[in-house]
Design a protein around this ligand. Structure first.
Ligand code: DX5
Ligand code: ZN
Length: 218
């Protein structure tokens, strides 16, 4: 279904070759490029920050979908706007003032996303619905690619879809998405799927054909 956005996560790409990896997945069907920013504090892993995002931005023709797994968020919002993020998602668990954070993200000219850890209920975003363009439901505990999909999140997605009503809000799923788990989530109401290992496995910038096969299989 082409109304479902596929967002390859460059966490599973060659870190020494992000520019060409992005060009390869976009040429083979990626709708968005998902960029996982981790701080070694909110999550137990480190990736990269706004400078790397700015460096890869010219290679992205579609949408730069930046997933912040950092706390605090607010001091860095302007830097990610300057880096060219189209969608900037912050975790509802990242601090006491997610409402203020989402206002600041939109105020800086980006689409605002809110991400939920697997243990966080759907109701946590009930009073944020008019300030977000995207809700990211984590189907693994954030921090690493290649983890096992957590099935209990299917009901959360159904709850969110009902709660959203006719608001133009994407429900994005992140973690453990593959050809088996993707249909469970689209049936529950998701319309954007992040996939790292399931997209990049078996291919490379030299032989990117598997990227296209993997994307179409999801
Ligand atoms: C996890 C990240 C995900 C991750 C998904 O903390 O937010 O975006 O890259 O990787 P896979 O698809 O391998 O589970
Ligand atoms: Zn992510």
């Amino acid at each position: 279904d082409r109304s479902i956005k596929i967002a390859p996560s460059i966490l599973a790409a060659d870190f020494a070759d992000f520019g060409r990896e992005i060009q390869a997945v976009e040429a083979h069907g990626a709708d968005w490029i998902h960029v996982d920013v981790m701080d070694g504090h909110f999550v137990p892993n480190l990736t990269f920050g706004p400078a790397m995002c700015k460096a890869i931005r010219p290679h992205i023709k579609t949408v730069m979908d930046v997933h912040l797994m950092i706390a605090p968020v607010d001091p860095y919002i302007d830097a990610f706007a300057d880096a060219g993020a189209d969608i900037l998602s912050a975790h509802v668990e990242a601090g006491p003032h997610i409402h203020r954070t989402l206002q600041a993200i939109r105020g800086a000219g980006m689409k605002a996303g809110v991400a939920l850890n697997p243990g966080t209920p759907a109701e946590s975003v009930e009073y944020l619905l008019d300030m977000v363009d995207l809700i990211c439901v984590m189907t693994v505990n954030p921090g690493f690619g290649g983890q096992k999909f957590i099935h209990s999140q299917i009901d959360k997605v159904k709850e969110l879809r009902a709660m959203i009503g006719d608001r133009p809000i994407h429900i994005e799923i992140d973690g453990g998405i593959d050809p088996t788990t993707a249909p469970l989530m689209t049936a529950a109401g998701a319309d954007a799927l992040v996939a790292g290992s399931a997209v990049f496995k078996g291919g490379s910038v030299i032989n990117p054909v598997p990227y296209g096969e993997n994307i179409r299989a999801i």
